[in-house]
Write a protein that binds this ligand. Sequence first.
Ligand SMILES: [Zn+2]
Length: 352
Amino acid sequence: MIYATKKFSVRNFEGDIEIPAQKIDSLFRELLGSEQVKTVAAEIRRRLGRELRPYDIWYDGFKARSSISEDDLSAQTRRLFPTPDAYRQQIPSLLCKLGFSRDNAEDIASHIVVEPARGSGHAWPCVGRQEPARLRTRIAPTGMDYKGYNIAVHEMGHNIEEVISIYRIDHYMLRGIPNTGFTEASAFLYQHRDLQLLGYGPQKLDREAVLDAFWGMYEIMGVSMVDMQMWQWLYNNPTATAAQLREAMLEIAARVWNEYYEPVLGEHDCVLLAIYSHIVNSPMYLPNYPIGHIVQFQLEEWLADKEGSEWAKEYERCYRLGRLTPDQWLRQAVGGQLSVEPILRKIESLGI
Ligand SMILES: [Zn+2]
């Protein structure tokens, strides 16, 4: 796929994300077309004891929570977080569990406001040092269920990054992070530790966590490619009708499927990758997720041997680097550049 339209690549990719579309495309293809996909698929096949089907793109048997009943978790979160305010009050304690000092945790939490979400949960960044970061999540009258809690922890990961990268940066003009993928990486770091915050023991980057991260990337890179290609198509066909866009979308989804998913999950011309309808109203947002997962994995490896206060200090050091270019940020944070190599190498080292 050649991303030829200037407007397409310059404004979103070279301007906001600061990575050319072509480079993102090859990054995704490197993982999607890797031998490691076949290795992990074979492992899932072994565990399920049957041939894989297209919906196994969402296989979640590598997740730690798959061994704990969701009802039990929901009972616990409803009790702990009956209202948005109850969650807000507990943010300092949650941060302390990850190694932040009490003072530091209180200070970060003082810049976060928790509000009920009307739609899906989200985080609203502070726009200046006088503004709080807003965490919005859905809480039923009966309290926060596990799903709501898991989302709240994700959004809190955004808020912590937002507070640190604006309030604690030396030079205000350098505030922020390289691009949206880097705030997603922070959100994923915390979301990944949601059970640890409920008292289930530290979340390690063990074999299951690596497999889970890899399979998640495999799924989200496919839908992101569909997103990028759909927008490229729309730029090439600016007068297209809604019906034509729909046809193009299905064709693109099937093409990406046939190339990278049919060989492991079967079903020629499957259109499952067209499932994210919000790619139409949030243009080119999806690629931020795989970029976030790649950055998260690089951070997880870097943080793997750090515990408690050392973990929290190192996390904060990274997110105080400011709005550098993505590669420069990663060089200073973990000593590497944006790459899928670390996770490919790690999968290989599992010896499956
Ligand atoms: Zn997010």
